[in-house]
Design a protein around this ligand. Structure first.
Ligand code: SAM
Ligand code: SF4
Length: 332
């Protein structure tokens, strides 16, 4: 057990850190085309991010995931990754990992592997170049595919995450499963979540995974398995491909009861729940002294108010973001 147990008895052992709110893509479900980003002066420095992460590790956090925005567009991110890898060497940290859009992986895969990153998640919603451009607005599919290859060549296990989008990639999902499993990668489907204003109608995008799963069963045999990564995904194996398929269903199935995570933004705000507005500012206690005692006290206090769960809803009556905050702030 870590030293961080919330009021509902959940042990907090997993920290997700958004190292930047910026991104080189503008995915339609995540950002508007003209996003206003935080002034660079508001960001925590890499040293401050290291101090914060190390405080969480001292309190018993075992898994750390860097995310964003796009984590690999944060300048000198490898300096942070290398610094954090010291906790892997001591065994205090069990896993250091990353969620990325893959666009910069050809450049960084070897460094990530060298610093002890053993698996990463790459977000990819389609294998059709034109559709990929339409979803990401700015992305280049070939670059991402090269990035995935570079990660695998460096010995990093890749899991593909795809957001299920009604009428967009809905009918491509079986092909994507065959592709991912054929390349030795797990594949996880995510439901869209109502976070942030995006210039569009979310009820148009929302595709319940219960429906996807039912459709997949026309083509595949899905066997329930107990496999867990400490995250909210539920896994099955696909008999025909031999690969693993995960479902993350925040809307149609509530997974809060086993939530073991909290999320840190690049300005030092700690969100105890992705689906609630309550947060704790860790930047002030971090900057108030050179030691980490104050910030560790603030972390403990924050965990003592982790809420029981979220209340996301997407339907015709609630066609507004449930939260004004974009996913790129808290990193998903
Ligand atoms: N840029 C990186 C990436 O795309 O993997 C990391 C950050 S991104 C915010 C993390 C994940 O959140 C991605 O898999 C993305 O598809 C997902 N995401 C973004 N907005 C979402 C939304 N409104 N609903 C569900 N998933 C979303
Ligand atoms: Fe960028 Fe990831 Fe959001 Fe797409 S999902 S815009 S890649 S942060």
């Amino acid at each position: 057990m870590s030293q961080l147990t919330d009021p509902f008895g959940r042990d907090i052992s997993y920290l997700r850190v958004s190292v930047t709110d910026r991104c080189d893509f503008r995915c339609v479900y995540c950002m508007s085309e003209n996003m206003t980003f935080l002034p660079k002066a508001d960001l925590l420095s890499l040293e401050e991010l290291d101090r914060l992460c190390s405080s969480f590790i001292d309190l018993g956090v075992k898994r750390l995931r860097l995310t964003g925005g796009e984590p690999l567009v944060r300048k000198n991110l490898m300096v942070l990754v290398e610094a954090l890898s010291r906790h892997l060497k001591t065994g205090a940290l069990e896993e250091l990992t990353l969620t990325t859009n893959g666009s910069q992986l050809t450049k960084y895969a070897a460094d990530l592997a060298r610093h002890g990153v053993k698996r990463i998640n790459v977000s990819l919603d389609t294998l059709e170049a034109a559709k990929f451009r339409a979803i990401t607005r700015w992305g280049d599919l070939a670059k991402v595919q090269d990035g995935i290859k570079a990660a695998q060549d460096a010995g990093i296990a890749v899991k593909i995450n795809a957001v299920a989008l009604k009428g967009v990639n809905q009918f491509e999902i079986p092909d994507m499963i065959r592709w991912a499993h054929g390349e030795g990668m797990d594949f996880t489907l995510i439901e869209t979540m109502p976070l942030g204003d995006i210039e569009g109608d979310r009820t148009d995008q929302y595709l319940p995974l219960s429906q996807v799963r039912a459709d997949l069963m026309d083509e595949f045999t899905l066997d329930e398995i107990a496999y867990k990564t400490g995250g909210p995904a539920r896994y099955v194996t696909v008999k025909e491909t031999g690969g693993r398929l995960g479902f993350i269903t925040p809307l149609s199935h509530n997974f809060c009861e086993s939530c073991n995570r909290v999320r840190l933004t690049c300005t030092g705000q700690l969100y105890m729940c992705l689906g609630q507005d309550d947060m704790a500012d860790l930047r002030a206690p971090l900057r108030a002294s050179d030691g980490n005692e104050l910030v560790m006290g603030a972390i403990r206090e924050a965990i003592s108010r982790k809420p029981k769960g979220h209340d996301f809803i997407i339907d015709r009556d609630h066609n507004r973001p449930a939260l004004a905050r974009h996913m790129s702030v808290t990193g998903g």
